[in-house]
Design a protein around this ligand. Structure first.
Ligand code: FVH
Length: 293
């Protein structure tokens, strides 16, 4: 079957599900949709989608079924029904969750006779169908290969490996990066606002810092992988002295000190454990270890 002849089903027509279905329709795929609240399918019907009257009919219509619901519980509520036959279906679950949920869902789907890929959407609805959208996928390679072209209609499709939990893990790791960078920027913005510097003025400087730090990642990653934290830039104890200024400044300015204190506390623990003469990525041990506090 050529790319745009493959019948595709989308289960779940929230903001994201509707964007996914629209992208398939725009690319010319025969697209069947189903949603718990049928009214959300109306616009898609106008765009050419076939609206299935039941989940079973929707599943039967697609060579591949994309699932995009609120969470994994909703996926189970919908599909864990003896009336719903998953035998010989191909499910691509783009619902967000954690890696345990993804692995459990993969096992459950396979036990029900389905082929299963788990996925995560690193995009907002308006970018679906463009190169700005990244669709992370994990699970059996042959299933990805068989549906690669369909999946790449949605954005840049990346298969991360056969472990079905990987897409969720990358998703959560990416979100951790995103929120950490944003929180660091907000902390800096709060500090500068006390001196009358507005967020817009600080933003380009913050962008430069973030881009500079991003450049360090490959070299620091090698240090982590090799377990060799030899100093090429500065030892951790030098960095910890600068962290002291960050904590003091925040206290003096009367802005929130939670983030500065957390950053400093982690470095202090690593130094107390004897790592003060090593380079910053040695802190990976603090992130790997579980503390009782
Ligand atoms: N929207 C976004 O920007 C983000 C980007 C990153 C990834 N997420 C994830 O995508 C999943 C769906 O997100 P969404 O934005 O489409 O969410 P909603 O608009 O709230 O739609 C939720 C749909 O799920 C249906 N649903 C919920 N529970 C059930 C259930 N028990 N049985 C059947 N369907 C269910 C709901 O149906 P209805 O309320 O319209 O009847 C919607 O179709 C999500 O994992 C994001 O984290 C999106």
């Amino acid at each position: 079957m050529s790319k745009n002849e493959t019948p595709v089903t989308v289960l779940g027509l929230g903001l994201m599900g509707r964007a996914l279905a629209s992208a398939f329709l725009a690319a010319g795929y025969p697209t069947t949709v189903w949603n718990r609240t049928p009214a959300k399918a109306e616009q898609l019907a106008g765009e050419g989608a076939t609206v299935a009257s039941s989940v079973g009919k929707a599943l039967a219509a697609g060579a591949v079924t994309i699932i995009c619901l609120t969470d994994y519980r909703a996926v189970r509520e919908l599909l864990d029904d003896p009336e719903v036959d998953l035998t010989d279906t191909t499910l691509v679950n783009l619902t967000s969750g954690n890696s345990t949920q993804a692995r459990d869902a993969a096992l459950w789907a396979e036990q029900r006779g389905a082929r299963y890929l788990d996925g995560a959407i690193m995009a907002i609805p308006s970018t679906i169908g463009t190169a700005e959208a990244t669709i992370l996928l994990s699970g059996p390679q042959p299933v990805f290969d068989a549906h690669r072209q369909v999946l790449e209609t949605l954005g840049v499709g990346t298969h991360l490996g056969t472990d079905p939990g990987l897409a969720s893990l990358y998703d959560v790791a990416g979100l951790t990066m995103m929120w950490s960078v944003l929180n660091a920027w907000l902390q800096g913005t709060a500090m500068l606002r006390t001196a009358g510097v507005d967020a817009t003025t600080f933003a380009p400087f913050a962008q430069q810092i973030a881009a500079g730090v991003a450049e360090w990642l490959p070299g620091y990653a090698e240090q982590i992988d090799q377990g060799d934290y030899s100093v090429t830039v500065a030892p951790l104890e030098t960095e910890a002295r600068a962290m002291e200024h960050m904590v003091e400044e925040s206290e003096l300015l009367g802005v929130n000190t939670e983030l500065p204190k957390l950053i400093k506390a982690m470095a202090d623990r690593a130094i107390a454990a004897g790592h003060g003469g090593e380079q910053y990525p040695v802190l990976i041990e603090e992130f790997t270890r579980i503390h009782a506090n």
